[in-house]
Write a protein that binds this ligand. Structure first.
Ligand code: ADP
Length: 264
């Protein structure tokens, strides 16, 4: 039985008193070492959920728990140690003059001793396949390489949960697959929880569970296979099922499917 790591209890959020609610009464749980995808069309509230998870925003209604702690202005600094986030645009996340400095940044903020820092820089850059670039200036890297370094920086602080907010959106399919493979091997090694926020259903295939957002509400929550089975309803809320799931469905209907195994 896995322990609960994140819990949203009846969370509602709006960006200002005059504005409409962006999240409406959302409740869900994420467990240790679980891989969860949060999907939904643009504007459905996914990024707002991510920002609530590490206290960049606070809900007007409802409660958020990380580990056993309620997220408040007082607990946020402690809680942030456990929550690593990578956003869509890596350029906004770079602060160092070299790749190595950049990976060190989050650790410096947390007072990690220099010797331990150097060890973690080696390990995390190696894990994301960027060890040869440790003295390179970040702006000389490709989009995919920058995202790898951003992920290394977050992994170096040993979070309990890694949140990827459209973090592979700028990459080509090959780069995307490589990064997701790297992350899933680190996830297994460290028993990390992984939350992938995306509007791309392709990325959902590897997740254990999926939350579907629509207009600030939780539209559904299930294993990927059950989500994909609702392809007509998904299309109505602006989401397209991956070609592979569509193909498998069509083959089965035509009676030429070779397997009935789940896709995930
Ligand atoms: P998603 O990540 O699913 O695209 P977001 O959480 O970014 O959705 O946005 C949800 C809603 O909140 C959208 O209607 C968006 O326009 C609005 N919103 C997002 N950020 C802000 C902000 N800083 N101020 C006001 N409204 C915002």
């Amino acid at each position: 039985m896995r322990n609960k790591l994140i819990e949203f209890k009846n969370v509602s959020f709006r960006y200002g008193e005059e504005q409409s609610w962006v999240l409406k009464n959302c409740s869900f749980e994420i467990y240790e070492n679980e891989s969860m995808a949060i999907i939904g069309h643009n504007g459905s509230g996914k990024s707002t959920i991510a920002k609530l998870m590490n206290g960049l925003l606070f809900p007007q209604e409802g409660e958020i728990f990380i580990g056993n702690q309620k997220l408040t202005e007082e607990t946020i600094w402690e809680i942030r140690k456990d929550v690593g986030m990578v956003f869509q645009n890596p350029d906004n996340q770079f602060v160092g003059t070299t790749v190595q400095d950049d990976v060190a940044f989050g650790m410096e903020n947390r007072g990690i001793p220099r010797k331990e820092m150097m060890k973690r820089i080696d390990e995390t850059l190696d894990a994301v396949g960027m060890l040869d670039y440790r003295m390179t200036e970040p702006h000389k890297l490709s989009g995919g390489q920058k995202q790898r370094v951003a992920i290394a920086g977050v992994l170096a602080i040993f979070p309990k949960v890694l949140i990827l907010d459209e973090a592979t959106a700028m990459l080509d399919p090959k780069g995307r697959t490589e990064i997701m493979d790297t992350i899933s091997s680190v996830q297994n090694e460290r028993e990390l929880s992984l939350i992938t926020i995306t509007h791309d259903l392709e990325e959902v295939i590897q997740a254990e569970r999926v939350i579907v957002m629509n207009e600030g509400e939780i539209w559904g929550e299930a294993v990927p296979r059950d989500i994909f089975a609702k392809k007509d309803e998904l299309r109505e809320i602006g989401l397209d099922v991956p070609f592979i799931a569509y193909l498998s469905d069509e083959l089965q209907k035509a009676g030429i499917a070779v397997t009935n195994e789940p896709l995930n």
